[in-house]
Design a protein around this ligand. Structure first.
Ligand SMILES: C[S@@+](CC[C@H](N)C(=O)[O-])C[C@H]1O[C@@H](n2cnc3c(N)ncnc32)[C@H](O)[C@@H]1O
Length: 252
């Protein structure tokens, strides 16, 4: 523990501890009675895109209420991952047919990948030194050809705001376009993005910058490349991406 933490302030390297140990539980206690898929933006996007996943994983899922609903609709494997012990215990009681895993988003103890991964209003809480590890875990868990739904605040510039439930503590929330972490790789393409107001209409224009939220459905494709000079027939390009086929032509 750093001197700052001992004095009641949280060092930038300990932010995730705060959410793991207490704030995740406190968020769950404040919100458990309102967690519902009624009018849920994520479920709406899944419907709008016509997704019918056979497997779904939500990271920062609270008690797993959303993946439980997706399982009810699609009969899919459903996994909820959250850092809050209280949310995880409640999810295991409430939704015995789903898997509920107590873990952090930057180190998820799951093998394999899912046709749909959801990360909704979690990344703005994640300690900055863990952000790219979280992105790598998210990417690892999305199967090639699968979809990723990201919802979060969407201000026009990257913005950090003191966490209002712990004033003066040194805990921040970080608001930015998280879908761009993935689209910038070239491996994810936006299928649908809805922008609106936090707790308000969706879609909506003329939203105050601090209140703007965005929900993006991204499609993952490891083979989203224009092939040039390989001499390979098109149906072998995907194999080539995974390193299975030697191509002629350029390399260096
Ligand atoms: C604002 S809530 C959103 C819950 C849910 N995704 C939803 O849409 O209702 C954020 C959730 O992320 C969890 N969380 C925060 N930091 C996390 C981390 N580093 N790893 C995993 N979960 C985390 C919290 O415990 C909480 O359940």
């Amino acid at each position: 523990m750093t001197g700052d933490r001992a004095a009641g302030r949280v060092d930038a390297t300990e932010q995730d501890e705060v959410f793991l140990v207490s704030e995740g539980d406190r968020w769950f206690a404040r919100n458990v009675d309102h967690l519902s898929v009624h009018d849920d933006a994520v479920v709406r996007l899944v419907d709008l895109c016509g997704l019918r996943p056979r497997s779904v994983c939500e990271l920062g899922a609270a008690n797993g209420y959303r993946v439980a609903e997706l399982q009810r609709r699609f009969g899919c494997r459903a996994v909820a991952v959250d850092a809050s012990a209280a949310a995880v215990a409640a999810g295991r009681r409430a939704f015995p047919s789903i898997e509920v895993v107590h873990a952090r988003i930057n180190a998820v103890p799951l093998d394999g990948a899912f046709e749909l991964v959801i990360v909704n209003f979690v990344l703005h809480w994640v300690q900055r030194s863990h952000l790219m590890a979280a992105a790598a875990e998210i990417d690892r868990l999305v199967v090639d050809g699968g979809h990723l739904v990201i919802g979060d605040f969407l201000p026009s510039t990257n913005t950090m705001v003191p966490y209002h439930h712990l004033p003066g503590s040194g805990v921040w929330t970080f608001k930015q376009d998280y879908a761009r972490l993935f689209t910038a790789s070239g491996l994810y393409q936006a299928v649908l993005t809805l922008v609106g107001a936090h707790g308000g209409a969706l879609p909506a224009s003329d939203t105050a910058d601090a209140e703007r939220v965005g929900y993006a459905v991204l499609h993952k494709s490891l083979g989203a490349y224009t092939v040039r000079g390989s001499g390979l027939p098109e149906d072998r390009v995907a194999e080539a991406v995974d390193g299975g086929v030697a191509a002629g032509g350029e390399g260096r």
